[in-house]
Ligand binder design. Structure first.
Ligand code: G1P
Ligand code: ZN
Length: 553
């Protein structure tokens, strides 16, 4: 199992850069650019150098490394291994073929007391030579690097004039092995077993297995991305779902041309099966790197904000959460459905900016157990990332315990808590200038809106969301424009931090209907008023040149 490569005292050398790459500003989820950009000479290496010069504990530390298998994954792993050895790491842990989901990476970082991890993924963006690639850094707690660390890395990229690497041939990582590269050890492990062990500690696999075997057929779409091998082992091998339950289960470099984003637009095949077909009782999909999830029932789409609320309300169905939750958190654009549940449970509910890193401090200090975002992200304190397959198992556990359908569970929930009608409208590939102008114009208008009418209600608050972290007292400003109405409705606007082409404008719409109101409207109809009002106020169609959003969730 342990092999030393012939050239075990590799030559270290320094590569001089003509000038630094000054465009390497990490967004919400690390540095995300086109694959072509990453293929430019020294581009990847420069960013990795900035990481190794900034991340605490590199000398003598352990780093976890892997990715979602997209085009560029294997090359980047080679480069990072060679640079890690040059920078004095003691050990790099990678996985067979470099396949490692984001939540599984978070688990490995925590389990091995690593200084952090580098995850190669552009998440739900398309892959391949014409798609996107990304480098994401996680810290020692297993979560996305803090804002201050990413800022320091960015500052380093601005002045970088050289990087360090060792001369070494590509190392095979297609099976479990251990190699020595000078003083660094490279360990290739099976990236799936540790994750499965963690899931077994949280859920009652027998209960789920017996439920799904009794006339409750399920379908899971891995969208040719990283969760395929994980889902095959868990759903088919361990929970005994029939072979073929996991669709598109082999991670492909270009995701087979599909866009690995589990929503109604990009996971349409699965959505049609559940919403229009009559075969399956439950459907789910995950994104490129396995941290997002979409949940569907027969003729029923579960809005991610509702999903967080349902998991919170039914958490005691899951063995790991049977004694209750410490608290919950949601990102600002996520609907207040979970707030209502938290209120009834008598636990705290925090509102954070968009991005998983903002949950880190709350999770680390034990103030929350569950958290989530409207963007198909849900997670708990078991790792420091959102976790797609965990959410799927959570749903299955609740359904198994309650022995009901997804649709029944949703109806029961709304009948008890009322319904937060919710939708997100994305305007993609808008010219950056138009998007910024639209945003800035609306921001300037906000103070004057307070007290004025908006649709059927009146504006009570209008601001740009800022967050004071209760743990480290850091203040994060400018996190999205909010217009809050007297009747509990709300509209928010943000510019995406993860898009790679032009700008993406996100419009979040929410309206609360109490449990004695009409709970079964089409959300777009229920929100129609808010949709047309924000359009005329912010001049969305006029300024984007788009009569309708590119994606409606
Ligand atoms: C998007 C989502 C956000 C999520 C992020 C990373 O960011 O909206 O909730 O944390 O991807 O998965 P955005 O493009 O909106 O900046
Ligand atoms: Zn993702």
């Amino acid at each position: 199992m342990s092999s030393s490569i012939a050239n075990s005292q590799p030559r270290e050398y320094v590569v001089k850069l003509g000038s630094p790459f000054t465009d390497q500003k990490p967004g919400t989820s690390g540095l995300r650019k086109s694959s072509k950009q990453f293929e430019k000479p020294h581009y990847l290496e420069s960013f990795v150098e900035a990481i190794f010069r900034t991340l605490p504990g590199v000398q003598g530390g352990t780093l976890v490394l892997g990715g979602d298998g997209r085009y560029g994954n294997r090359r980047a792993i080679d480069v990072i291994i060679r640079m890690g050895a040059a920078h004095g790491l003691r050990k790099i842990i990678t996985t067979i073929d470099g396949i490692l989901s984001t939540p599984a990476a978070s688990n490995l970082i925590r389990k091995h007391n690593a200084i952090g991890g580098i995850i190669l993924s552009a998440s739900h963006n398309s892959g391949g030579p014409d798609g996107d690639f990304g480098v994401k850094l996680n810290g020692a707690n297993g979560g996305p690097a803090s804002e201050s660390l990413t800022n320091r890395i960015y500052e380093k990229t601005q002045v970088l004039d050289e990087y360090k690497i060792i001369d070494y041939p590509s190392i095979p990582i297609d099976s479990v092995a251990k190699y020595s590269l000078g003083s660094m050890t490279l360990e290739v492990i099976d990236g799936i077993v540790d994750y499965i062990e963690l899931m077994q500690k949280i859920f009652d696999f027998d209960q789920i297995s017996s439920f799904i075997s009794k006339d409750f057929p399920i379908a899971f779409d891995a969208l040719n991305a990283v969760t395929g091998p994980y889902a095959k082992r868990i759903l088919e091998n361990m929970l005994h779902a029939p072979e073929g339950t996991v669709r598109n289960s082999v991670p492909l470099e270009d995701f087979g041309g599909c866009h690995p984003d589990p929503n109604l637009t990009y996971a349409k095949e699965l959505a049609d099966l559940l919403l229009e077909g009559n075969v399956y009782s439950f459907g789910a999909a995950c994104d490129g790197d396995g941290d997002r999830n979409m949940i569907l029932g027969k003729a029923c789409f579960v809005n991610p904000s509702d999903s967080l609320a349902v998991l919170t309300a039914n958490s005691t169905c899951v063995p790991a959460y049977s004694s209750g939750l410490a608290g919950v958190a949601r990102s600002m654009p996520t609907s207040a459905a979970v707030d209502v549940v938290a209120n009834e449970l008598g636990i705290s509910c925090f509102e954070t900016p968009t991005g998983w890193k903002f949950f880190g401090n709350l999770l680390d200090t034990g103030q929350i157990t569950l958290c989530g975002e409207e963007s198909f992200g849900t997670g708990s304190d078991h790792v420091r990332e959102k976790d797609g397959l965990w959410a799927v198992l959570f749903w299955l556990q609740i359904l198994a315990k309650k022995k009901c359908s997804v649709q029944d569970l949703m109806s029961q929930h709304w009948n008890h808590f009322g319904r937060h009608y919710y939708s997100r409208h994305d305007y993609e590939e808008v010219s950056s200038q138009s998007a910024y102008e639209l945003y800035e114009r609306l921001e300037v208008m906000l103070p004057s809106l307070i007290g004025s009418s908006f649709g059927k209600s009146v504006v009570t608050q209008a601001d740009n969301f800022s967050y004071l972290d209760p743990v480290d007292s850091s203040l994060t400003k400018g996190q999205g424009l909010r217009i809050l109405l007297e009747d509990g409705s709300r509209v928010a606007l943000r510019l995406s931090g993860t898009g790679t082409k032009g700008a993406t404008l996100r419009v979040y719409l929410e309206r609360f209907v109490a449990s004695n109101g009409d709970l079964h409207l089409d959300p777009q109809r229920a929100l129609f008023d808010l949709i047309s009002n924000i359009d005329s106020l912010a001049e969305i169609s006029k300024r984007t040149g788009m009569t309708r959003p590119s994606v409606i969730t």
